[in-house]
Design a protein around this ligand. Structure first.
Ligand code: AMP
Ligand code: MN
Ligand code: MN
Length: 318
C-alpha cells in the first residue's frame, strides 16, 4: 500500500527536502508548507526550497522558513508536491541526488518520475490529497496546517467554483473551519487581492485581446517590456488568463507571457470551458496540466507562437 510506504520512507529519512513547480501558485506553496508542518508533528525537520514566492502568500504560516537553496547536497528523501514534470521542478538537482523520492500530485499529465508516485488526477488540488493522507497518518490538522491546506484548495478551485470540486472538498473545508481556519480571510487574501501591477497588466491584455475562430478563442499577450513598465513582481501575471474565459461564446482563453530575458520564448497559459482538453493541447508542446487549465513553453515571436497554438486548437474546436 503506497500510503504505508510513504510514511515508512518519511520515518526512515534523517534529511528531507520538499520541492514544487516553478512560478508556484497557492496549491504549490500551500502543499509544501502543509507537508513541512505535518512532518514536524512526526518529529522530522524538512527543508522547503522555493526560489520565488509571490508576495500575496507572505501571510502563510512557516513562510519565513522557505529556503532558496540548501547546503545539503544529498538528502535522504525528496518529496515533490503539485509538480507534474521533473523539468518544471525548482531545485530538481536536490531531487535527482536524493536517495529516495516521492511524488504527490493531482495533474493528469504527471510523468510519474518518483520512486513512489501518489497521483490522483481526480483531486481538485494537491492540498486535498494531502488532507486525506494526513488523516490516514493521524496527523492533527490544526489551524496553521489547515490554513496552508485551504490556501491550496481555494486557489486551485477558483474559490470552490471549478468542476473538479467534489463533496470531499466541502467536507474538508467544513472541518478546517471547525479547526479555526479563517476561511473568509484566506479567500480575501489569495483570490480577492489584486496588486497594482496586476491591474496595469490587465489593462494591457484587455486592450490587445483578439477574438479568433468565431469568438471561440481569445488570444492576448504580455512582453518582458510590459512587465518592466509596470514594475511587475513575481506572480503579478497570475489570474490574467482566467479573465477572458468568462466571455460568452469563448471556449478557450490563451494568454502568453514572454519569459524573462529570453527574446523568443513564451510561457503559454490556456483555460477552457466545456470540451477542449487544454492539457492535451499543451502536451503537444511538451507542457501539460489539467483538462481545463494547462500550460507550456513555446519558442518563437508572438505571431509564430500564436500560429502554432491556433493550428492545434483548430483541430479540437467544434
Ligand atoms: P498556468 O497556466 O501556468 O497557471 O498553469 C495551469 C496548469 O497547468 C497548472 O496546473 C500548471 O501546473 C500546469 N502547467 C503549466 N505549465 C506547464 C508545463 N510547462 N508543463 C506541465 N504542466 C504545466
Ligand atoms: Mn500548481
Ligand atoms: Mn495544483
Amino acid at each position: 500500500m503506497t500510503l504505508d510506504n510513504i510514511i515508512e520512507e518519511i520515518k526512515n529519512a534523517k534529511t528531507i527536502v520538499i520541492l514544487t513547480h516553478e512560478t508556484p501558485d497557492g496549491d504549490a506553496i500551500g502543499s509544501c508548507l502543509a507537508m513541512k508542518l505535518a512532518l514536524k508533528q512526526i518529529g522530522k525537520n524538512a527543508d522547503v526550497i522555493i526560489k520565488e514566492v509571490p508576495r500575496i502568500f507572505d501571510f502563510l504560516p512557516q513562510r519565513e522558513y522557505i529556503k532558496t537553496s540548501s547546503d545539503i547536497q544529498e538528502y535522504d528523501l525528496a518529496i515533490s508536491l503539485d509538480c507534474a514534470d521533473f523539468k518544471r521542478m525548482v531545485g530538481n538537482e536536490y531531487f535527482e541526488k536524493a536517495k529516495q523520492t516521492i511524488v504527490i500530485d493531482h495533474h493528469s499529465s504527471n510523468k510519474m518520475y518518483g520512486n513512489i508516485n501518489f497521483v490522483n488526477p481526480v483531486s481538485p488540488a494537491c492540498c486535498q490529497i494531502l488532507i486525506g493522507m494526513f488523516q490516514y497518518f493521524n496527523i492533527n490538522i490544526d489551524k496553521e496546517l489547515g490554513t496552508c491546506i485551504l490556501t491550496g484548495i481555494i486557489t486551485d478551485t477558483g474559490g470552490f467554483r471549478y468542476s473538479g470540486v467534489n463533496s470531499d472538498t466541502f467536507e474538508f473545508a467544513a472541518e478546517l473551519l471547525e479547526k479555526g481556519v479563517n476561511v473568509s480571510n484566506v479567500y480575501k487574501r489569495v483570490l480577492d487581492t489584486r496588486t497594482k501591477a496586476n491591474f496595469e497588466l490587465m489593462r494591457k491584455i484587455i486592450d490587445r485581446m483578439e477574438f479568433l475562430e468565431d469568438g471561440k478563442v481569445t488570444f492576448t499577450y504580455i512582453t518582458g517590456k510590459d512587465l518592466e513598465e509596470v514594475n511587475a513582481e513575481i506572480g503579478d501575471h497570475e489570474g490574467l488568463v482566467e479573465f477572458s474565459r468568462d466571455i460568452e461564446g469563448v471556449e478557450v482563453s490563451v494568454f502568453i507571457r514572454q519569459r524573462d530575458n529570453e527574446e523568443d520564448v513564451y510561457k503559454v497559459s490556456m483555460r477552457s470551458n466545456d470540451y477542449v482538453n487544454v492539457s492535451d493541447v499543451c502536451l503537444m508542446f511538451g507542457g501539460g496540466g489539467h483538462e481545463r487549465a494547462a500550460g507550456a513553453i513555446i519558442q518563437g515571436n508572438i505571431e509564430q507562437v500564436k500560429q502554432k497554438i491556433m493550428k492545434e486548437l483548430k483541430k479540437v474546436l467544434k
